[in-house]
Design a binder for this molecule. Structure first.
Ligand SMILES: [Zn+2]
Ligand SMILES: [Zn+2]
Length: 275
């Protein structure tokens, strides 16, 4: 894995969104573990510890995959590329280099990304050939975490929020952040966090569904309306994103899982298909 040297956000939008993610994750973790969970189980009892270990393991996997996404340089920088323009290759005038098929130039990262999927605001970098695996596992654990937390949050919210269907109550639920600025109370902060987790579950669920479909069809976001000529069947398509140890990658980002292509010589992959 090539390590990305400049990991810092390159625009204000990215800095804001990535910053928000890095702040909200520990805040939500603290809220779930030390505010919500003790309402159900006595702190440090056997059941409390059971959920504490599961929750902390999920957080660890979210964070380690998130760091792997950010640290992984999946651009054309530092790669051995041919000097002549081969079929399906193009010349990028910004990078002043030839660029392989399926690579795209990112206007934010200012470099061509191998098998570029999209630029991710939450990580301030592009999701491409080599960090797609970490991205999928990150979203997978985000979904697990937000569903897990939402289950306990739903019962928790009943205990302290009295909803009287007045306009004030509706406003507090619909605009939790605005209300939080106007009325900095503990309850309003809890409503805000619970809604963040709830919408996080919906967002990560939709994102995971969308990306699993793309992976199975062997296309990236830009190619989603096309039929991929790199489609080699579902299992091979999964290996192209998650690697040969695709069934183990959910355990940890440190598990080595070799990708079945180098992200550059796509013609080799096509010739394999013909055999
Ligand atoms: Zn470029
Ligand atoms: Zn980018």
């Amino acid at each position: 894995m090539n390590i990305r040297i400049n990991i810092f956000p390159k625009c204000i939008r990215d800095a804001f969104v990535t910053g928000f993610l890095f702040v909200i994750m520990p805040v939500v973790y603290y809220f779930e573990m030390f505010v919500v969970l003790p309402k159900y189980y006595k702190q440090w009892s056997a059941w409390y510890n059971f959920h504490f270990v599961i929750g902390t393991t999920i957080l660890f996997n979210i964070c380690s995959n998130l760091i792997a996404i950010i640290m992984c340089d999946t651009s054309i920088k530092g790669r051995v590329l041919p000097t002549d323009l081969k079929p399906d290759w193009r010349f990028c005038s910004v990078c002043e280099s030839v660029a392989p098929p399926r690579s795209w130039h990112c206007e934010v990262c200012k470099v061509c990304i191998l098998k570029r999927d999209h630029h991710c605001m939450f990580t301030s970098c592009c999701i491409g050939f080599e960090n797609h695996r970490y991205f999928l596992i990150f979203v997978f654990y985000m979904l697990i975490a937000t569903l897990y937390a939402s289950y306990y949050n739903m019962k928790f919210i009943k205990n302290f929020v009295t909803f009287d269907f007045s306009w004030t109550s509706i406003f507090k639920i619909v605009f939790p952040l605005a209300t939080l600025f106007m009325e900095w109370t503990q309850n309003q902060l809890f409503i805000f966090l619970i809604l963040i987790v709830f919408f996080g579950a919906g967002f990560s669920g939709a994102l995971l569904y969308f990306h699993i479909d793309l992976m199975l069809r062997s296309v990236v976001t830009y190619e989603r309306n096309t039929v991929s000529k790199y489609d080699k069947g579902k299992l091979e398509n999964i290996k192209l994103v998650l690697g040969d140890k695709w069934y183990l990658v959910w355990l940890s980002p440190w598990i080595k899982s070799k990708l079945t292509c180098d992200g550059i010589n796509w013609d080799k992959m096509l010739s394999l298909k013909e055999k």
